[in-house]
Design a protein around this ligand. Structure first.
Ligand code: ADP
Length: 481
């Protein structure tokens, strides 16, 4: 086994963040869950419905309650499984006779329904903690501000390539609880958001990966990045010295917390900066071929390889996995090339850090499509890149004032639009062969779209339409010759 770039010693220091770990004394841990009981689930999307199904399967009496409208596909599932539910509001009388409450990660701790139930003496458990109480295999948990899905998917892919019995879930599509309704695999790869980590008590991963911490979701953390970071670090909280903790050595916040907290797991620091050396096979000392591009993905791949080596996966399976991995869409996804101009969909880049990596990964001039709902962004880390590489910024948002104001000194041409098709037409007019048009918004999508998937899909569709129109024009011209 290859491990321990850093030792597991704890440095003494005068700062202590352990109080910001936000333990909620009202929360149950997995061992305290009464198995013969009525359970109430607050929030009925993927996690809540997954928890409801797992609870039902384990003979609980289950009731689901959602403050908003429940999506039809989830309502149908609840009905099919004879699970009663309510939507568009909580009826406290229907909830208080439960033994305990399972809270979906999307419901903030400050939600009025939770404090009402707490006051009545009801205690809560999160969906992740509830699932954990049923799982007996080995857990690989991945968190961070950016790269969770990519890294989780790559780890899963390498493990599958090696023939292991592994499932993937959590923040990655299928909820942990739902997977456990019909499987208990040897290994579980879990992508975890900070909201999911907020609710853990006993949850312990055999291998934890912490990729990076940059400002995101601060509205749920009293606008204090220290609270958000403390939440991410909870991934190490219950680890023992048998476990492994893989982290970004170049991330100042992570380093600071690592030196404060009594982390027991074996530490593996991973380098983000060393771009020349790629990742080298221990078998033949050659660099692995990695299917996903960009410096950030080299770092993500290094973390995945670290996990694979801890699991003693062979170097040849690692090589195969790295070369054949196909990432989820909307992450630096190459859509098409039109007139020598490459179109990239990076709709999932909803914060400044992700955009910085995206712009940096591109060679040649860039036409940058950005904007949407601003999450309190500080754009200054992008100014140098914008000045050097971006020849035009097309703002795709309802309110673009901040974006325009931030970049008017650095980018010669800024155009605003609220229509994806005209964004693509404008980009085609402005670009010349060798340029790249990238949708990498740095913002949330909710001003104009359902979500980042909808935004990315509309962008891809518009690009493909333009490509088809161009091809049919060329076909018509050829026919006339
Ligand atoms: P998450 O699941 O954490 O949101 P994704 O893998 O979905 O992460 O990637 C989200 C965005 O962040 C994409 O635009 C991607 O190109 C970018 N990204 C991926 N890995 C990293 C990383 N290590 N550091 C910074 N940005 C990254």
């Amino acid at each position: 086994m290859e491990m321990n770039v850093h030792s597991a010693e704890h440095n003494e220091s005068n700062k202590d963040y352990s109080n910001s770990m936000n333990f909620d004394s009202q929360e149950l841990d997995g061992d305290e869950i009464d198995r013969n009981n009525k359970v109430v689930i607050i929030g009925a999307a993927e996690s809540g419905v997954g928890a409801a199904l797992l609870a039902k399967k384990n003979k609980y009496e289950v009731f689901v309650s959602d403050y908003g409208t429940i999506a039809d596909k989830y309502k149908d599932e609840l009905k099919e499984n004879n699970i009663p539910f309510e939507e568009k509001g909580h009826t406290i009388e229907k909830l208080i006779d439960a033994g305990f409450v399972i809270k979906s990660p999307g419901v903030p701790d400050t939600a009025a329904v939770l404090s009402s139930l707490n006051k009545k003496g009801l205690r809560g458990v999160s969906e992740i903690e509830f699932g954990y109480s049923f799982y007996s295999g080995k857990l690989i948990a991945i968190t961070g501000s950016n790269g969770k899905t990519t890294t989780s998917g790559l780890i899963y892919h390498i493990m599958k390539t090696a023939g292991l019995d592994v499932e993937i879930g959590g923040n990655y599509g299928i909820s942990f609880a739902r997977i456990l309704t019909d499987k208990n695999p040897d290994y579980m790869v879990l992508e975890l958001s900070s909201f999911q980590l907020d609710g853990i008590q006993k949850f312990r991963s055999d291998i934890a990966v912490l990729l990076n911490i940059t400002a995101d979701h601060l509205d749920r953390y009293d606008y204090d990045i220290m609270n958000y970071a403390a939440s991410k670090l909870r991934i190490t909280e219950n680890q023992t010295k048998e476990d492994h903790y893989i982290f970004n050595v170049n991330d100042d916040l992570i380093s600071e917390f690592n030196s404060q907290l009594p982390i027991r797991a074996q530490k593996h620091g991973v380098e983000t900066q060393d771009y020349q050396n790629g990742i080298t096979s221990k078998e033949d000392a050659k660099q692995f071929e990695i299917s996903i591009k960009g410096k950030h993905n080299l770092f993500n791949a290094r973390c995945a390889v670290e996990v694979a080596r801890i699991l003693e996966i062979s170097e040849s399976d690692i090589a195969k996995g790295l070369a054949t991995f196909v990432n989820e869409p909307h992450r630096l996804e190459v859509v098409a090339t039109i007139n020598g101009v490459t179109f990239i969909n990076d709709s999932k880049a909803t914060n400044v850090d992700a955009v910085a990596y995206a712009l940096d990964a591109i060679e040649g001039d860039i036409i940058w499509v950005a904007g949407g709902t601003d999450k309190g962004n500080d754009y200054s880390p992008l100014y140098d890149l914008a000045k050097e590489r971006v020849k035009a910024l097309i703002c795709l948002g309802v309110d673009n004032k901040k974006l325009v104001h931030s970049f008017e000194r650095y980018i010669p041409l800024i155009i605003e639009s609220t229509k994806v098709s005209s964004v693509v037409d404008t980009a085609i007019d402005l670009a010349k062969a060798g340029d790249t048009v990238i949708l990498s918004p740095a913002c949330a999508s909710f001003d104009l779209f359902d979500n980042y998937v909808d935004r990315g899909d509309q962008f891809k569709e518009a690009v493909m339409k333009s490509k088809l129109a161009k091809l049919s024009r060329r076909g018509a011209e050829d026919a006339e010759c």
